[in-house]
Design a protein around this ligand. Sequence first.
Ligand code: FES
Length: 267
Amino acid sequence: MATDTAVGVDSPGRAPNLKPNLRTDNWRKSPILTFLGLSAFVLYAAIRTTSQSAYFVEAYHYLSPFASPCLSDACGKAAEFGTLGTFPQLFPLAILTLPFLLGFRLTCYYYRKAYYRAFWQSPVACAVPEPRGKYTGETRFPLIIQNAHRYFWMAAVVVSVINTYDAIRAFHSPSGFGFGLGNIIILVNLALLWTYTMGCHSCRHITLGRINHFSKHPVRYWLYQQVSKLNGKHMQLAWASLFSVVFTDAYIALVSSGTISDLRFIG
Ligand code: FES
C-alpha cells in the first residue's frame, strides 16, 4: 500500500521505501563493524598471500593456512603435494585452493548478508531504505554465481582435509615427534574451520535434502541435527574462523621470522 512517505516508484513486488525509517536503535553499528572487520581481513590476507614470506616453520612443520598446499618450487619442505613450477613474485603459494576458499566465503549465505549490508547498503539494515530503487536479485551475472555455493562448499571440504593433514604433520620436531603452542593454535583453527564448513546451509541440505521420511534415514537425520546445531552458530563461526586463520598465520609468521620462539612442550 502506498503511503505519503514513499520515495519514488519502487520495483514491482517490493515494499515501498519509507523515509525516514522508524528504527530508534543503533542500526548503523553492525554494518560499520562488519565493514571494518572484513576490510581488515581482506587487507591482511592480500599482504600475506602475496608476500611469499614467513609462511613455514621448517623445524616444527608449521605451515600457514594461507600457503596450504604450498605449490611453488620455492616452498622447499613445505611442498607436501608437489609443485607447479616457480611462481612470479606476488603470486599466492596456494594458488589452486585460495580462489575456491575466496568463492566459498563470498557466496556464504551469512557473508552475503554481511557485505550486502556493509559495503553495498542493500539494504544497510532491516526496515532501512536502500539507496537504489531497483532490485535485480541474484538472477543475473555476476550475482548469479552465488548459486554455486554448494560447489564451493565441496571444494572447501577438500581444503579442510588438506588443513587436517597439515595439522597432523605439525606434530613434529627436529628429533621426531614434537608438540608446542603452535600445535594448539593450529588445532583450534582447524576445529573452527571444520565447524564453520560443516555448519553451512548447503551442507544442511546435502545431509537431509530430498527426503520425505526422516525415520527411514536415521543416520542422515542424526547428521542433519548436528549440522543444524552448527548452522545455528554460523555467523559466530564465520567470524571466529576468519580471525583464527589470521591469528594462526600471524603466529607462524612471528616464529618463522625469528621474532618469537614457539613454546615447546615436547621436542
Ligand atoms: S552458508 Fe555459510 S558457508 Fe555455506
